[in-house]
Design a binder for this molecule. Structure first.
Ligand SMILES: N#[N+]C[C@@H]1[C@@H](O)[C@H](O)[C@@H](O)[C@@H]2O[C@H]12
Length: 448
């Protein structure tokens, strides 16, 4: 009996995303996305890498499904590329796009693996960006049309739907910080995008309900656990603003139908207002069946006037770091999901992403001894077990990622996979972390 024992019905999975693994960027009618444009823009992606080929999963999805089956997962989270379904984002349907995902879904089901589909994992059709992208409210209508097409095509086979992946990244990272596509640096624009994406989420949930599609629907937010370095009121307030930027700004509208007022006031002080239209907040707060949480890291901060967007500076307290220079703060997972449960009630939670980037080396024998990554997973699994034992409705965990893949602005330098991708040969090599997770799944736990 393992000392860390998970419920038999705990859903173990892994996660990927279309632009990061598929390649085949111009095959079978796929249209251009904002990431095709962004990755072709000099200086935006390390080494000028693009997702043109990536892991070539478009052609190798059967290999990937075999890896998933061998791993023993119950579910696989992947995203549908909107530009494969509607190459111009709206307009004419591309049947070959639907046909491809039908093959993936049928292959997963034949392997006894539940498909968990993310509708939007950042690859907005470029043609919609040319008309303002998520700053244009008509993109909401186009998204719902695309979502309805997916629901009708795969409803019944797909039992778990995620509307958006990490709306904070879609909005602030991509339109204020500017590190991701389309690379804008405008705070009002980012707030507009965040709001419109959440309205689009709510409208898609309404469409899902109206169609009477079986299964569950939710959304995924990337939550960050950031604590005050001291109990000084100014440090507590500064750390809370920095945490709420990722957390409450998205979770409060989703579950409470309102933005956190202290953050609305803070943004107002920066000359930024939320473009709420009548009915928007009710739409955003459509009841959902689960919340997906992507968790990677956390930290500590204190007040520093003029520092960043929230007068808050991070304090280094000695955490181990990953190759992304992110703190390894496994207890932050326990704290943030305990907060979700306390703040938003008994909504079922899935960790839809968790994982770590480390420098990996493929040996002559085709092995990757990624002990640090296996240890990262072990530390976070222990916190998952703590959460379940403490009554938090944690239902499943998806490791990021099945494969090393296109790591957005970091290109292919940064590896998060539990399977090593040789980008020259496109061969896949399960890492030691894959074998660790395989054992955890097989034994419903492990010796801590
Ligand atoms: N960076 N990083 C790794 C990982 C990224 O590859 C995913 O696409 C995102 O959902 C989320 O940011 C996390």
């Amino acid at each position: 009996m393992a000392s860390i024992q998970f419920p038999k019905d705990f859903v173990w999975g892994t996660a990927t995303a279309s632009y990061q693994i598929e390649g085949a960027y111009n095959e079978d009618g796929r249209g251009m996305s904002i990431w095709d444009t962004f990755s072709r823009t000099p200086g935006k992606v390390v080494n000028g890498d693009t997702g043109d080929i990536a892991c070539d999963s478009y052609h190798r999805y059967e290999e990937d499904i075999a890896l998933l089956k061998n791993l023993g997962v119950k579910a696989y989270r992947f995203s549908i590329a909107w530009p494969r379904i509607y190459p111009d984002g709206d307009g004419e349907l591309n049947q070959k796009g639907l046909d491809y995902y039908a093959k993936v879904i049928d292959g997963l089901l034949a392997a006894g693996i539940e498909p968990c589909v993310t509708l939007y994992h950042w690859d907005l059709p470029q043609a919609l960006q040319d008309k303002g992208g998520w700053d244009n409210r008509d993109t909401i209508r186009a998204f719902v049309r695309y979502a309805e097409t997916a629901f009708k095509a795969f409803g019944g086979k797909v039992k778990q739907w995620i509307t958006f992946n990490e709306t904070w990244c879609v909005s602030f990272l991509s339109n204020y910080i500017g590190a991701h596509a389309p690379g804008n640096t405008d705070l009002q624009l980012a707030v507009n995008v965040a709001h419109n994406c959440m309205v689009a989420h709510g409208e898609a949930v309404k469409a899902f309900r109206a169609l009477g599609i079986s299964g569950e629907i939710g959304t995924t937010h990337n939550l960050y656990w950031f604590e005050p370095y001291t109990t000084k009121p100014e440090d507590v307030a500064a750390a809370h603003r920095n945490r709420a930027y990722n957390n409450e700004w998205f979770m409060d509208p989703t579950f409470k139908g309102q933005y956190p007022q202290f953050m609305v006031d803070w943004f107002k002080g920066k000359g930024v207002e939320v473009p709420i239209q009548p009915g928007d907040m009710e739409t955003i707060a459509q009841p959902i069946d689960f919340i997906g949480v992507n968790f990677y890291s956390g930290g500590f901060g204190r007040y520093k006037e003029g520092e960043g967007l929230f007068d808050c500076e991070e304090v280094q307290v000695g955490f181990d770091k990953t190759f992304m220079d992110w703190n390894v703060y496994a207890e932050g997972l326990y704290k943030v999901l305990s907060w979700v449960h306390e703040e938003y009630g008994d909504v079922p939670i899935y960790i839809t992403e968790n994982g770590a980037c480390y420098e990996d080396e493929l040996t002559q024998e085709g092995r990757v001894h990624d002990a640090k990554r296996a240890d990262y997973f072990k530390k976070h699994f222990i916190q998952c077990h703590r959460l379940i034992e403490s009554g938090v409705p944690l239902k499943g965990y998806f490791a990021w990622s099945l494969l090393d893949n296109f790591e957005w602005a970091e290109g292919y330098v940064k590896r998060f996979g539990i399977v090593y991708t040789d980008y020259k040969t496109l061969k896949r090599y399960p890492k030691d972390s894959y074998r660790f997770i395989q054992s955890v799944i097989e034994n419903d736990g492990f010796e801590a």
